[in-house]
Design a protein around this ligand. Structure first.
Ligand code: HGY
Ligand code: MN
Ligand code: MN
Ligand code: MN
Length: 412
């Protein structure tokens, strides 16, 4: 970056501190054998990470609170209206160092540099680390941003983790009633996040402006056949839940490959019961994660897939049930905020580039109650949800300066 503005801002974003904080956070929940990070909601790793970001927020001059759902909120400046920055610090199993964490750490650093320059914003700035964005433990995520958008319902909290704990049982009493967390004073929400895809890399660009976010429908499919002896049961009398699941999973892939929309579908979790080498599987559950930017298309595709899976279950005389785990609305981001980001990007002599997010983000929920925009940072080889997830120091710092400049516009 050679414009004097960025060199001026450069001295104001403490790059060493920013990168150290990212490194320090990434050591919490690190699996030294794989390099993967395991930091799930309502665990000691999350608690440790929350105290670390609370410390960073306080050092940045923020007052910190944790709401009843578990969102960690750093507040800087005065006033009712809020410019909100944030993301999440929880991870998928064996996740990477940057997914979510980058948005929280860079947001704290932006406030820290404002604080060091004694810049008092005309509106209050909040940095939020949203609770349980990934949904790793309870099968549905975005809990913190759902609560802030008034979208979290009691019945959703009855999802259970592998050990039979429900979210409801993990929340403190003062989390209820849930609708008390709905926010109405957010003037703008800006989230920096790694792209988790290959578009920016293919464009040879460090950052991009997100104009739309595809949203997921998550379902859990349960198939019941009959557990029987693997040796004594002839093939023609079996009621094998796993071979039925196999045919269904390939059918999901076939329907998505054939669909002419940008929709994607993934079966990421599969659970076989009783899971014995010499036992014909009696029960199988598997997840379906379906995404599209177009809500109508998404619903139609979802209905079509369920119909086709039901046909396979009937043909195989296997009982079939589906449970909706979560349905999030795809969103378009705010045009004015997109243009603000673009003008900051131009100031850094980078060509502004717009793209859609295939991954879901807290911004989808906050978009229901405020104008939002996201700034994507290039992902090496597009890899994410994987210990190899990587964004370069240079790209991270460029993105931080761009977001810093945009925040300056919003708080003057
Ligand atoms: O699933 C997602 O898109 C995000 O990583 N939670
Ligand atoms: Mn700048
Ligand atoms: Mn993620
Ligand atoms: Mn994320």
């Amino acid at each position: 970056m050679n414009d004097n503005h960025s060199s001026f801002a450069k001295s104001l974003i403490n790059e060493g501190r920013l990168m150290n904080h990212l490194d320090e956070l990434s050591r919490i929940g690190l699996n030294p054998k794989t390099g993967g990070i395991n930091r799930f909601s309502f665990t000691k790793e999350e608690e440790e990470a929350n105290s670390l970001i609370k410390k960073y927020m306080e050092e940045a001059g923020m007052t910190v609170s944790i709401d009843g759902i578990g969102n960690v909120i750093g507040s800087y400046g005065q006033g009712d209206e809020v410019i909100m920055l944030g993301s999440h610090i929880d991870t998928v199993p064996e996740g990477g160092k940057y997914d979510g964490a980058l948005g929280v750490i860079t947001a704290i650093e932006i406030v820290h540099s404002l604080h060091e320059q004694q810049i008092t914003p005309s509106v209050r700035i909040e940095v939020v680390s949203f609770k349980d964005e990934e949904g790793t433990r309870f099968g549905f995520g975005l809990i913190g941003s759902k609560a802030m958008a008034g979208l979290l319902t009691d019945e959703q909290l009855n999802n259970f983790d592998e050990k039979g704990n429900s979210i409801k049982s993990m929340l403190p009493n003062h989390a209820f009633p849930l609708n008390k967390w709905k926010r109405t004073n957010i003037k703008a929400y800006l989230e920096m996040h790694i792209e988790q895809g290959r578009v920016l890399e293919n464009q040879h660009l460090p950052v991009g402006v997100v104009t739309g976010i595809a949203a997921p429908i998550w379902q859990e499919i349960t198939l019941n056949g009959r557990s029987e002896h693997a040796g004594a049961t002839p093939m023609n009398v079996r009621s094998d839940a796993l071979t039925a699941a196999a045919e269904m999973i390939l059918k999901v892939e076939e329907l998505l490959n054939k669909s002419d929309s940008a929709a994607v579908g993934t079966v990421g979790k599969l659970h076989v019961t009783p899971n014995g080498v010499n036992v014909i599987p009696g029960q199988v559950t598997f997840s379906i994660d379906l995404r599209d930017i177009d809500e109508e298309q998404l619903e139609l595709l979802n209905g079509h897939i369920l119909e086709e899976l039901n046909k396979i279950a009937t043909k195989r005389e296997i009982s079939f049930s589906s449970k909706l785990l979560q349905r999030v609305t795809p969103v378009k981001t705010d045009y004015y905020l997109q243009k603000l980001l673009e003008s900051s990007i131009k100031k850094h002599h980078i060509e502004p580039f717009s793209l859609i997010s295939g991954a879901g983000h807290d911004a989808m929920n906050i978009a229901q109650i405020a104008p939002v925009v996201m700034l994507f940072v290039r992902s090496k080889d597009g890899i994410s949800h994987n210990p190899l997830e990587y964004s370069s120091r240079e790209d991270i710092l460029t993105a931080t300066h761009v977001l810093y400049d945009t925040v300056l516009e919003l708080i003057n």
